[in-house]
Design a protein around this ligand. Structure first.
Ligand SMILES: Nc1ncnc2c1ncn2[C@@H]1O[C@H](COP(=O)(O)OP(=O)(O)OP(=O)(O)O)[C@@H](O)[C@H]1O
Ligand SMILES: [Mg+2]
Length: 233
C-alpha cells in the first residue's frame, strides 16, 4: 500500500507509516490550532520531497495572505513549486455569475475534477469545510455530503479537509463527515494549569492503518513540525 508521509517528525510512526494514498482525512481543531499550517506543510513537504503535485483550495484566506503566512513559517520557494493555491476570488473569476449563484458545491466539484484531471494533482486540501458550507445552499446536507465524499474518493488523490470545531464543542464535524472520512487528525489546545497551553495532536481514526490513538504534543521549531510524547502530569 502506498503511504503519504506527513513529514511531521515522529508522527508518521504514530500513523503506522503514513496516510494511505487516496484517503480522505479530516484535520479538525478549534480556532488557531494550526490546522492550515499543518495541512499546508504536509502538501508542501510531499511536493518538495517526492514530486507530488498539490492543489490547496483556500476558502478562508486569500492566496496572497496564505502565501505570506506560510513563507513566514519558513516554507520557502512556493512560487517555484507544483503547489497551486486557489482562493474563492480566483474561482469566481473563472465562473459565470449564474453558475456561482447555483450550488457552490457543484461548481467546486466540477472545478476540482477538471484541475485534477488536467494537472494530475495527487494532494488536495480544502480549507475549510465551514467556509465551503457557508457558500453552499444545501437542500439535504447529509445526502449531498455523502455524494461529495464519494466524488473526492473517486479522484484518487489524497484529500485533507479542514474542519473547524467551535471552541468548547465536542463534535468533530458539522454533519456526518467524521463517519465518511477515512481518517481524522485532531488538534487541540490543552490547558496546563492556570497559564500554560500546549498544542496537542491525535489520530482518532485512520482506515487501513494500525495507528496509535493517544495524544502527542505538536511543536513547530526550525521550520518543521514534530511530535513528542506527552508527559502525564
Ligand atoms: N512557529 C510557530 N510555533 C507555534 N505557533 C505558531 C508558529 N507560527 C505560527 N504559529 C501560530 O499558529 C496559529 C495560526 O496557525 P493556523 O492559521 O495554521 O491555525 P488555524 O487552526 O488554521 O487557524 P484558524 O482557526 O484561524 O483557521 C497562530 O496562533 C500563530 O501564532
Ligand atoms: Mg486556518
Amino acid at each position: 500500500m502506498e503511504l503519504v508521509q506527513t513529514f511531521v517528525g515522529g508522527f508518521d510512526e504514530v500513523l503506522g507509516g503514513g496516510i494511505p494514498k487516496g484517503s480522505i482525512v479530516l484535520v479538525c481543531g478549534s480556532p488557531g490550532t494550526m490546522k492550515t499550517s499543518l495541512a499546508f506543510s504536509i502538501a508542501y513537504n510531499n511536493i518538495k520531497n517526492n514530486g507530488s503535485k498539490g492543489l490547496y483550495i483556500s476558502l478562508e484566506e486569500s492566496t496572497d495572505d496564505l502565501k505570506t503566512d506560510m513563507e513566514n513559517m519558513g516554507l520557502a520557494g512556493l512560487d517555484k513549486m507544483d503547489l497551486h493555491i486557489l482562493d474563492v476570488g480566483k474561482i469566481r473569476l473563472e465562473h459565470k455569475e449564474e453558475e456561482m449563484s447555483k450550488n457552490w458545491l457543484e461548481v467546486l466539484m466540477k472545478y476540482i475534477e477538471h484541475r485534477v484531471g488536467v494537472n494530475k494533482f495527487d494532494i488536495v486540501v480544502i480549507d475549510s469545510l465551514a467556509a465551503l458550507y457557508a457558500l453552499t445552499k444545501f437542500s439535504n446536507p447529509r445526502r449531498e455530503l455523502f455524494h461529495f465524499f464519494g466524488f473526492l474518493k473517486g479522484l484518487g488523490a489524497t484529500v485533507l479537509l479542514i474542519s473547524e470545531i467551535p471552541s468548547g464543542q465536542s463534535k468533530l464535524a458539522t454533519y456526518d463527515e467524521d463517519f465518511l472520512a477515512d481518517g481524522i487528525i485532531f488538534l487541540k489546545q490543552y490547558e496546563m494549569g492556570e497559564t500554560d497551553v500546549q498544542l496537542r495532536i491525535r489520530c482518532i481514526k485512520l482506515r487501513r492503518r494500525k495507528h496509535k490513538h493517544g495524544y502527542f504534543a505538536l511543536i513547530y521549531e526550525n521550520d518543521k513540525f514534530a511530535v513528542t510524547n506527552v508527559i502525564s502530569e
